[in-house]
Ligand binder design. Sequence first.
Ligand SMILES: Nc1ncnc2c1ncn2[C@@H]1O[C@H](COP(=O)(O)OP(=O)(O)OC[C@H]2O[C@@H]([n+]3cccc(C(=O)O)c3)[C@H](O)[C@@H]2O)[C@@H](O)[C@H]1O
Ligand SMILES: Nc1ncnc2c1ncn2[C@@H]1O[C@H](COP(=O)(O)OP(=O)(O)OP(=O)(O)O)[C@@H](O)[C@H]1O
Ligand SMILES: [Mg+2]
Length: 249
Amino acid sequence: MLSTEQKIDKVVSWLQDKVKESGTNGLVVGISGGIDSAVVAFLIKKAFPNNSMGVIIPIKSSPKDREDALKVVKACGIDYLDLEITDVHTSLFDKVTDQMKEKNLYKEENERITDANLRARLRMSTLYTVANNLNYLVVGTDNKAEVYTGYFTKYGDGGVDLIPIANITKREVYKWARVLGVPKDVIDRPPSAGLWEGQTDENEMGTTYDMIDDLLEGKDIPKKDREIIERLHKRSEHKRNMPPKPPEF
Ligand SMILES: Nc1ncnc2c1ncn2[C@@H]1O[C@H](COP(=O)(O)OP(=O)(O)OC[C@H]2O[C@@H]([n+]3cccc(C(=O)O)c3)[C@H](O)[C@@H]2O)[C@@H](O)[C@H]1O
Ligand SMILES: Nc1ncnc2c1ncn2[C@@H]1O[C@H](COP(=O)(O)OP(=O)(O)OP(=O)(O)O)[C@@H](O)[C@H]1O
Ligand SMILES: [Mg+2]
């Protein structure tokens, strides 16, 4: 059984190997002020002290998110960009939806999720702009619980080159954060995608990370939670696979 420190060292070497294998020069991650991206920022800074970058990308975000993201940047000492792109989001969202409305094709009831997922996809485009320019890989922040439930935007925060914490549960993310020195304020925040006011992961999913982690560790959990988690897993299968194609002719 490896200690948390040993697991961290292994993942840091894995990141170094992946960059070497790919012929790239370093790594970039979006820093939200949440714990998952904080852990990943510390990992990539350890792997590439001089070739790692964090990007803070507020889109209609609360000022607290940016403040916490800046605390992460300061604590790990990573190079960073701070790019507020609310105007870009508004411009594209309005462009698309105005015309849909004119043609009576717009579904008001899907507005919140449409707006939210565009934020995640604009952040992905921002990170690839940096990655293309510096010849870096884009690093994702999904943990094992998020991958299993598909709790991410397809080609948004899910659109990445490497996912270093994909095999660790949310409770392990907390352990790693303490060992790495993630600021306490960031560790203590309730997990949120920050995609709308008051959103929390556990409220939206209808279960808790503890339950998901228990299930992933093979423990017994209440039937109601098991059903929710298995439904989320099944419904998101398409996000974990390449797009389907018809059989060869
Ligand atoms: N069976 C199928 N086969 C192939 N493709 C399928 C499909 N069903 C839907 N799709 C496609 O997938 C789309 C729906 O997937 P997607 O666009 O991802 O959207 P969706 O899964 O509805 O929403 C993303 C979820 O992830 C959460 N999230 C997002 C970003 C960050 C975080 C966070 O934790 O920070 C959480 C967010 O709050 C929301 O609950 C559909 O519009 C359709 O294009
Ligand atoms: N304002 C932002 N600036 C930069 N990247 C962001 C921003 N918001 C979200 N992201 C990116 O999207 C990822 C998905 O968010 P998610 O909420 O799952 O992780 P987190 O915020 O790091 O941790 P937590 O789950 O505890 O909130 C983030 O880890 C980050 O890489
Ligand atoms: Mg978050």
